[in-house]
Design a protein around this ligand. Structure first.
Ligand SMILES: [Zn+2]
Length: 274
C-alpha cells in the first residue's frame, strides 16, 4: 500500500515537472523557431560538397553536427574527415564513468567510435591541453590544420564561429579562428600584421589579378580586398587612407562590390590597426 502511494506521488511529481518544462518550452518557443529557416535534406549536399572536414576542439563537439556528417555520407556519399584538437581530459564527469586520469583516453575512444559509426573516413585526435588551446602554439596548430586540408582537400570545412564558439568556450573560439587562418594561407599569406581585416594584392592591373582577389575575398567573407597597381601606393593614415601614384587601387568589399580609386582619392573602408 505504502509502495503504491509512493508510486502515485512520484507519478504526480513527474507529471507536474513535465507540465512545467512543456509550458516553459511553449512560452519560449519563438527562441527555437526561425521563420526564414529552410529545412534541407543535407547541408553538404545543398552546398554541392563532396569532401568535408570538421575542425573541433573537444571529443563530443562533433555531436552538434552529427546530422550534417551522417547525411553527407548517407545521402551524398561524401568523403568526411574530422580534427579534434584535445582529448577532453579536463571534462567534468557526471556520472563518473572512469578514473579522472583516464578521461582523456576514454573521451578520445568515444569520439573515434562515434565518428566511425557516422561513417567518417578519417578522424585525428590531437593532444593539445583541454582548456588550454588559446595558450598553445597557434602557428603549429595552423600548420597541422593546413596539413589536413592538403590531405583531405575538402570543399566544405565545418568549424566553430570564432566570435561565439557556439557556447562561448575559449577553446572553441580559438579553434574556429585557427581554422580560418589555416584556410587563408592557401593562396594568401598572413602578411606583416600592419593592417587588419584586409587582403592585399599587388601588381594588380598589370597582372590581371582581379579574379583571384575577388575569389579570395568571397571565400573569406569578412575581409576587404585591396588590389594595388604598380607605381601606386595606398597610404594609411589613422582611420582613412588615400591613393598615391600613377595607377589605381581596386577595393573589393566582402560582398563582392568593386570600386577603383585614382591618385589623391580617399579610400573609405581601409581597416588600419590603431
Ligand atoms: Zn567542446
Amino acid at each position: 500500500m505504502r509502495r503504491k502511494r509512493a508510486l502515485i506521488v512520484t507519478g504526480v511529481i513527474a507529471a507536474v515537472l513535465a507540465l512545467i518544462v512543456g509550458g516553459l518550452y511553449w512560452a519560449g518557443r519563438s527562441l527555437f523557431y526561425e521563420p526564414t529557416a529552410r529545412g534541407v535534406d543535407s547541408v553538404i549536399g545543398e552546398l554541392g560538397g563532396t569532401r568535408v572536414l570538421g575542425v573541433f576542439a573537444h571529443p563530443d563537439d562533433e555531436q552538434t553536427v552529427n546530422g550534417l556528417f551522417w547525411r553527407a555520407k548517407d545521402r551524398d556519399g561524401a568523403y568526411t574527415a574530422m580534427i579534434t584538437a584535445t582529448r577532453g581530459e579536463a571534462g567534468h564527469q557526471s556520472p563518473t564513468v572512469g578514473r579522472q586520469e583516464d578521461l582523456g583516453d576514454i573521451r578520445k575512444a568515444e569520439a573515434l567510435k562515434n565518428s566511425f559509426n557516422l561513417g567518417v573516413d578519417r578522424h585525428v585526435v590531437w593532444d593539445y591541453p583541454d582548456g588550454g588551446v588559446p595558450e598553445s602554439d597557434a602557428d603549429e596548430i595552423v600548420a597541422r590544420i593546413v596539413e589536413e586540408l592538403l590531405l583531405v582537400e575538402p570543399d566544405v570545412v565545418v568549424a566553430f564561429w570564432p566570435e561565439s564558439g557556439a557556447t562561448g568556450h575559449a577553446d572553441h573560439m580559438e579553434m574556429g579562428a585557427l581554422a580560418e587562418r589555416a584556410i587563408g594561407p592557401r593562396g594568401t599569406d598572413p602578411g606583416l600584421g600592419l593592417v587588419t581585416r584586409s587582403i592585399i594584392d599587388q601588381h594588380f592591373s598589370e597582372r590581371d589579378r582581379a579574379g583571384r582577389l575577388i575569389r579570395a575575398v568571397l571565400a573569406d567573407g569578412r575581409r576587404t580586398g585591396y588590389g594595388i597597381d604598380e607605381d601606386t601606393a595606398l597610404v594609411l593614415e589613422g582611420g582613412t587612407s588615400h591613393v598615391l601614384g600613377s595607377g589605381t587601387v581596386t577595393v573589393i568589399e566582402p560582398g563582392g562590390r568593386l570600386r577603383r580609386h585614382g591618385t589623391g582619392e580617399t579610400v573609405a573602408a581601409a581597416h588600419t590597426r590603431s
